[in-house]
Design a protein around this ligand. Structure first.
Ligand code: KG4
Ligand code: ZN
Length: 355
């Protein structure tokens, strides 16, 4: 029984997840998954304000924890808390909260008062937020049945694309505990580019979902935008030039149809993401293509990557929408694996942690 705690950015998350199956056949059941979103608080600033985020996490964490029953608290065997990457003041709130909770639960277990001495061996592990996204396809979702019916080893080697507000990373996974980074963005993350283009179009923060909605009303083929690094042989990405091209187009064509800009930008970004991911999947003869991170909520990205993966005979796995955005259930899963892999992340805020 794992308690996940997530405070890396602008969502406070607490989740209770039951896990079994070791590293070979991991299975998860989400018993509780609470997310307190701060989007409305940061929206007027057009982005996340670290100290506001910290204040909100401090306020929300105890409120979310209160939603768990005494019996649920007693049953916890592992506390998994995000240590990075993310905003350091925000990360510290989660880490301090987790450590205090761990001591409290241990103390009450030892005195036999609250837990009947059930969890004196309670452990706490640091979790990598990106690994949370990476493993999030394992949370129960519309694919659970597929996962039940396939041999986990047939998923590997897997190509995993993590696309969020802070990262765009392509990984080659040999197993749940072994992977290699093939490439990443050299400048803006994909989600960051969505957010910045949204701002140019006067759409609210966070921009990704707004661009997606707006793009439906536009024509994606009338504005020529570049596909940066698409045909280069490496697996790195670049989104800042694409964003700037959209900016110049708007500057030089004040009467441009904004929905066309949104649609053209979205199409260009997705084409690059899909092309490079599929090239890696072909090169490494991948059994599966995994997609995760906030941008994975984009339906057009999901649809195009699924079609391209299936075309080359690879399974396509993506978490359900509720696990795409930041949440603590995925952090519980990341802690489960970190614990089994004996990957001891220091219980300190590590803003720049990577995978
Ligand atoms: O993973 P996430 O919740 O937080 C980080 O770890 O960064 O990702 C947030 C990012 C934001 O940039 C947001 O604009 C983007 O994911 N996003 C989307 C969509 N929904 C969220 N981007 C494109 N299309 C979407 N539907
Ligand atoms: Zn995230």
């Amino acid at each position: 029984m794992i308690l996940g705690i997530e405070t890396s950015c602008d969502e406070t998350g607490i989740a209770l997840v039951e896990a079994k199956g070791g590293l070979r056949a991991p299975r998860f059941k989400v018993l509780k998954n609470f997310v307190a979103s701060q989007i409305k608080i940061h929206a007027p600033f057009g982005g996340v304000v670290p100290n506001l985020a910290k204040r909100e996490h401090l306020k929300n964490l105890p409120l979310l924890l209160k939603k768990l029953t005494a019996n649920e608290l007693k049953a916890i065997k592992l506390i998994s808390v995000t240590v990075g990457p993310g905003l350091e003041p925000a990360l510290w709130t989660g880490i301090n909260f987790a450590q205090e909770l761990c001591s409290k639960l241990k103390a009450s277990a030892e005195s036999g008062l609250a837990s009947g001495g059930k969890n004196p061996k309670l452990k706490i592990v640091g979790a990598n937020h990106l690994e949370g996204h990476l493993y999030s396809f394992l949370l129960p979702n519309s694919y659970s049945n597929i996962l039940k019916n396939i041999r986990i080893r047939n998923l590997f080697p897997a190509i995993a694309l993590i696309v969020s507000g802070g990262h765009t990373i392509l990984l080659l996974m040999e197993s749940f505990s072994k992977w290699k980074k093939l490439g990443e963005t050299r400048d803006d993350a994909a989600g960051e580019a969505f957010d910045k283009v949204a701002r140019m179009l006067n759409l609210p923060y966070p921009g990704g979902p707004e661009i997606e909605k707006f793009a439906h009303k536009g024509n994606s083929d009338v504005i020529p935008l570049p596909r940066p690094m698409m045909t280069q042989k490496n697996y790195d990405f670049s989104f800042s030039g694409l964003k700037t091209s959209a900016l110049y187009h708007l500057r030089d064509n004040p009467k441009a149809n904004k929905a066309d800009v949104a649609a053209s930008f979205q199409k260009a970004a997705i084409e690059v993401l899909v092309a490079k991911t599929i090239r890696a999947a072909k090169e490494f003869d991948a059994g599966s293509v995994l997609l995760s991170g906030g941008v994975a909520a984009n339906k057009s990205l999901r649809k195009n990557l699924r079609a391209a993966a299936n075309k080359i005979g690879a399974r396509f796995l993506v978490p359900d929408f509720k696990y795409n955005l930041d949440n603590a259930a995925m952090i519980a899963v990341a802690g489960y694996f970190a614990n089994l892999r004996k990957k001891n992340y220091k219980l300190m805020a590590q803003g720049d942690l990577s995978v």
